[in-house]
Design a protein around this ligand. Structure first.
Ligand code: TPP
Ligand code: MG
Length: 204
């Protein structure tokens, strides 16, 4: 398939929608906003996010929440959608997951940036970017180095097949999806930030 992945394209039918009976975990910045808009959760008590239920929206929860969910409900499949920055906070816990035998699938939207922070700098600081871009990181390779399953996706047409392979691996699994870094600011971003940042002085 032509073209790079964007978060909105990812949720077309081939995308990382939660399997119907899975526990779904959402983490990250813009990635999490997109997932809250577009992902589907089909069962009660099958959704975990640090941004709901009065929590503070702290990132880095995907992997630890996944391990906890799998221990609590071993009969359920566990499926995460996370930004790359959030994933990097706790990716070392893949080793824990491998050791404990708690398989899950973690789809990492790799846009090589803290894109929510970048969106804020676009909106409030006239696109003067500071400290928001990363170098190229191979998250699938990091997963494999810890004995987990890891696969990289550059072509959106390959996504379904790679997610299926990850689910079938029976291991903690990372699907590292290259996402267009220019295509990620969610609709209504400014409204959301005005709610979240009420009272903050955003003048440069
Ligand atoms: C523990 C913690 N540190 C920092 C933040 C601030 N923060 C919110 S979103 C975000 C960027 C997340 O980047 P990534 O996970 O790559 O998602 P993206 O926005 O790129 O989709 C940051 C740093 C936070 N919410 N929680
Ligand atoms: Mg990112």
């Amino acid at each position: 398939m032509e073209g790079q992945c964007t978060p909105s394209r990812l949720w077309l039918p081939r995308g990382p929608r939660s399997p119907r009976d899975a526990v779904c975990i959402v983490d990250g910045g813009n990635t999490a906003v997109w997932a809250h808009y577009l992902n589907r959760v089909y069962e009660k008590r099958a959704f975990l996010s640090s941004a709901v239920g009065g929590r503070a929206g702290y990132i880095g929860t995907a992997v630890p929440f996944a391990i906890g969910a799998k221990i609590a409900r071993p009969e359920k499949e566990v499926f995460c959608i996370t930004g790359d920055g959030a994933f990097a906070y706790s990716m070392s816990e893949l080793e824990t997951a491998r050791r404990l035998g708690t398989p899950f699938v973690c789809v990492v939207l790799n846009d090589a940036s803290w894109s929510m922070m970048k969106s804020a700098q676009t909106t409030y600081y006239s696109s003067r970017y500071v400290g928001v871009d990363f170098g190229d990181v191979d998250y699938a390779g990091i997963a494999r180095s810890m004995g987990c399953f890891g696969v990289k996706v550059d072509d959106p047409g390959e996504l379904s097949r790679c997610i299926a392979q990850a689910r079938e691996s029976g291991m903690p699994a990372v699907v590292d999806v290259r996402v267009d870094p220019g295509g990620v600011t969610p609709p209504d971003f400014q409204t959301l930030t005005e709610i979240w940042l009420e009272g903050c002085d955003l003048s440069p």
